[in-house]
Structure formats: C-alpha cells, structure tokens
Design a protein around this ligand. Sequence first.
Ligand SMILES: NC(=O)C1=CN([C@@H]2O[C@H](COP(=O)(O)OP(=O)(O)OC[C@H]3O[C@@H](n4cnc5c(N)ncnc54)[C@H](OP(=O)(O)O)[C@@H]3O)[C@@H](O)[C@H]2O)C=CC1
Ligand SMILES: N[C@@H](CC(=O)OP(=O)(O)O)C(=O)O
Length: 359
Amino acid sequence: MSTAPAFGRRPTLGVVGATGAVGRVVLQVLPMRRQHWGAVRVAAGAEDVGSTVRVGDEHLTVEAVDAAFFDDLDIAIFDIPPGIAREWVELAASRGVVCIDNSTVFRTEEDVPLVVPEVNSHQVRDRPRGIIANPGATVMTMIDVLAVLHGGWELTELVVTTFQAASGLGRAGMSRLHDELDVVHGDRELGTRPGDVRRLVEHELGEESPFPAPLALNLIPFVGHHAGDGWTSEERKVRDETRKILDLPELPVATTCVRVPVVSSHSVTVHATFARRIKPSAARQALVEAPAVVVLDDPDQPDFPTPNDVVGADPRFAGRIRQLEGHPNTLDLFICGDNLRKGAALNMVQTAELVAADL
Ligand SMILES: NC(=O)C1=CN([C@@H]2O[C@H](COP(=O)(O)OP(=O)(O)OC[C@H]3O[C@@H](n4cnc5c(N)ncnc54)[C@H](OP(=O)(O)O)[C@@H]3O)[C@@H](O)[C@H]2O)C=CC1
Ligand SMILES: N[C@@H](CC(=O)OP(=O)(O)O)C(=O)O
C-alpha cells in the first residue's frame, strides 16, 4: 500500500514472524492496544503457514511471507531471523509499507532511525527509506535508565556486564535450556567435577546447540560471534546501539555479555561515569520519576529486582544504586527487564503506534 490510509480509516498492521518468541509477545501486547489498528494480519515461515494464532478474541490465520502479503498493509513489524530480514523489509518498504525491523540488519545504518519511544520518539518521522530499526534487547534493558541519567548528569563512560536469558535466542534458546534442565535434574553430585555437566549434556542431547557451551548449572561469557579484537558481536552491538540512541558517537562503552540459565528477562550491571557529580539519592529520585522505570532498591529489606520477578512486566526495574567511595562522578546499579516484552515486542508496537498516529 503506497498511500496513506483514507481519512478516518485505521491503519492495517502486519506482524511478520508472528509465531516466534518475540512475535508471540507482539500478539499478547496488541489486544490492550487494539484501538490503534484496523485489520491485523500475521505471517511466518512455511511450518506455521495455515495455523491459527490469537490476538485477544480474534483468531488469525498465519499467512506466507510473500510480496502479496504486503499489498494491503500500512505498517509491518518484522520479527524474523537477520538472514532473511533485509530482503523482506526492503521489499515491503519499496511497496510503501512503513517497516519496523527487530533484526540487527539495519540498526547501525545511517539513514535508519533506531527508536525507543521514551528516549527519541521524534526520530520516527526521520525515515527516508521507510524503515525504522528496533534496538537489541540487551540495550533495551538499560537505555531508559541511561537516558534519564544522561539527561541529568551527562554520561561520559560506561562499563556494563550483561546477564542474558535463554529467550534472547528465541524459541530455540528456551527449548534448549529446558532440555538441558531435564537432563541435569536429580543428580546432586553434578557440578562438582570439572566438565561433568558438559559431558552429560553433550552425551544426552548432542553437541549441536544454539549456545556455545552448556547453559544449565552454568553460565557462558560469550554471546554472539567473535567480532574482532576479542569482543563479541553482542558486545559491539551494546556499544554501537547505545551510542546511536543517546547520540553520543564517541562514548567509551566496555561490555562483557554473559548468557545465564534464566528462561526470560535480561539483566545488566552498569558502572557509569558522568561529567557532573552525581549523588545516588538524586539518581534514585530521577529514576523514581521516570515513567518507564521502577526502582526496587532497599538494601535493608533487602529489596532488589531479579529477572524472574519482572518477567511479563513492561517497565525496566532498577536497584542496587550506589557509589564507589572517592568517585563522586560515578554510579553503580543493577537493572532487569523482560527482553521479549519492552526489550523487543512492546517497543516495536509503541513505535508502530507513533507512526500510525502520523500517517
Ligand atoms: N529474542 C529476543 O530477545 C530478541 C530477538 N530479536 C530479533 O528478533 C528477531 C526474531 O527473534 P525471535 O522471535 O527470538 O526468533 P524465533 O526463532 O523465536 O522466531 C522467528 C520467527 O521468524 C519466522 N521465520 C523463520 N524463518 C522464516 C522465513 N524463511 N520466512 C518467514 N518467516 C520465517 C519463524 O516462523 P517459523 O517458525 O514458521 O519458521 C518465527 O515466527 C530476530 O531477528 C532476533 O535477532 C531482537 C531483540 C530481542
Ligand atoms: N542477541 C540477544 C537478543 C537480541 O537482542 O537479539 P539481536 O541479536 O537481534 O540483538 C541475545 O542473544 O540475548
């Protein structure tokens, strides 16, 4: 569809990859926000075509992704693997569909905005190619918080460690973690001898896995692939996407990305340095006032966020806010957020709504 919807007609939304880990959450988020849309259509890979998915009370038939699918759409959300995203997104955009893509493919391209509505909503209009990129879930976990702190104290340096859930690798990641947990269940000696978990998991499930090491009873300090100089692709993404969203192209960002045996919800520790002196109490108050952030921070209770406690929730949850003695321009904190929800699906739907309001 190459023209704006007729006056009074609500736009038609397409969800491509509707049966995946993120796509399913898009369909869960939509019923509460259904008033923005006319028809909703869904598409996925061959194995799901013809099946039915639900958006609230509506039952939608999954269509094939082909040129015809894009004919009647105004806006499309893409939650498909990066290897096929460029082809379909560019085809849809060439047919006048405004595309919001969740893959890594367009995020660092100069003429594609990378949008978080709470941080840089104005950029949805600056889409010369008709394409808007959605940030990775890891950056989404911390970006609202960083934007608030940057607004108050001017960020000059970041040191980040991530604790990423299995669902960051979609359905395949969640499924593998559950399979491994089934295998390690019940043996209380397991984990006490070097390599015993790896031997058992590989013996029972084979060596082929979406993860580069066993995840059950373990953690993996390597997410993505090697991107040069010892950094992983995920660590480069955290740096590049953070710089682009905050418009700080030179910001030093040192990240260590770690996969942990959590089903869903990413967490990060942040050690941030600012141009101005920052008091933890003032930072806490600024975060309490931020609409998309919830502060859970009382060391005496103790009260802090954990990934499992926040799964399924929309906000980012911040806690453990403190400062290194003698370093008044720094702040340390811990943040959790559902990587499939605001980390991916909800942010895309909110961005689509901004576009829809303006068509
Ligand atoms: N999981 C996360 O935390 C995040 C993921 N992302 C990105 O979002 C995208 C989707 O991720 P996720 O939901 O985790 O992935 P999943 O593997 O869980 O789902 C992939 C979806 O894409 C569909 N698909 C696969 N191949 C094709 C094809 N050839 N043609 C059409 N549809 C196809 C699948 O349908 P079928 O099963 O029928 O093949 C499925 O609906 C990826 O680009 C990922 O990098 C971004 C941020 C966070
Ligand atoms: N890569 C993240 C999930 C994510 O944000 O996807 P992307 O690769 O599209 O940035 C993870 O593995 O946890």
